[in-house]
Design a protein around this ligand. Structure first.
Ligand SMILES: Nc1ncnc2c1ncn2[C@@H]1O[C@H](COP(=O)(O)OP(=O)(O)OP(=O)(O)O)[C@@H](O)[C@H]1O
Length: 241
């Protein structure tokens, strides 16, 4: 694949299971090394630029039932700065600020295991934000949350996108196409398109199966379900928002 992510964009990474979405993110983070070719992040190797990239992985990296508070979870992202000794005042201030940015300051002392799925996801986003990265990668951040929390999380990402490049893996095309500026279709290869330029045929090619594309209204986010049922291929060839 040959892919260049424009700075400041909001990229939804889509594609079938096993297509390579998580692998692509891990390559860009320097967690995996490519067998061939090279990856550059802000013109440097991913390892050197890791401090400028925040990451919310697909699966929790620790036991969610472990007795730690929301603040502790966010602070964990600062632990690599000083392996010995307690966190510094600056670390705590940054962690509190990150929790405030995701609307979780009031639950800073609550046990992580006592949070709802959506609240946990927000804390994990705060963890990725604590060092104020220029780019944030999120791997299926709304996999276990309801539609309303999913909407809230995407609104938050859109807000973050005012100052940061955002890459989010999702299987919910209907939601991501409302928020993202670009779609990266990944299925062993990859292509990047502005949302408005993507065609239904391209999506078929990447998913290799049947799928229906809905055209979002430009001034209204509520689909008329009965109309959609009568016109199942509402989005037709252009299939954009
Ligand atoms: N460490 C690894 N070593 C070898 N193969 C791997 C490794 N990690 C993933 N793979 C394989 O690479 C392919 C792509 O996996 P990846 O997790 O990137 O897919 P994905 O698009 O994120 O899938 P999903 O939507 O199911 O999360 C899969 O066939 C997977 O089995």
């Amino acid at each position: 694949m040959d892919l260049a992510i424009p700075e400041g964009s909001f990229v939804a990474v889509v594609g079938p299971n096993g297509g390579g979405k998580s692998t692509l993110m891990k390559l860009a983070l320097g967690l995996l090394r490519p067998d061939r070719g090279h990856v550059r992040v802000f013109g440097q190797t991913p390892e050197r630029m890791r401090c400028r990239v925040g990451y919310v992985p697909q699966h929790l990296r620790f036991d969610a039932a472990f007795p730690v508070s929301s603040l502790d979870v966010v602070l964990m992202a600062r632990s690599d700065r000083h392996w010995f000794g307690p966190y510094r005042h600056e670390d705590r201030q940054r962690a509190k600020l990150a929790l405030r940015r995701v609307g979780m300051a009031h639950l800073a002392d609550r046990g992580f295991s006592h949070l709802s799925g959506g609240e946990r996801q927000r804390v994990l986003i705060a963890q990725a934000l604590v060092s104020d990265p220029d780019m944030i990668f999120l791997d299926e951040p709304t996999a276990n949350v309801d539609a309303s929390m999913e909407h809230e999380i995407y609104e938050l990402l859109r807000e973050l996108n005012q100052h940061k490049t955002v890459l989010v893996v999702s299987h919910n095309l209907n939601v991501v196409t409302r928020h993202a500026s670009h779609l990266a279709c990944v299925n062993r290869t990859a292509s990047l398109e502005r949302i408005g330029a993507l065609t239904e045929r391209q999506l078929h090619r990447f998913y290799r199966g049947d799928m229906t594309v809905f055209k979002h209204g430009t001034d209204c986010h509520v689909l008329d379900a009965s109309k959609a049922m009568r016109e199942p291929h509402h989005g037709t060839a252009e299939g954009q928002r």
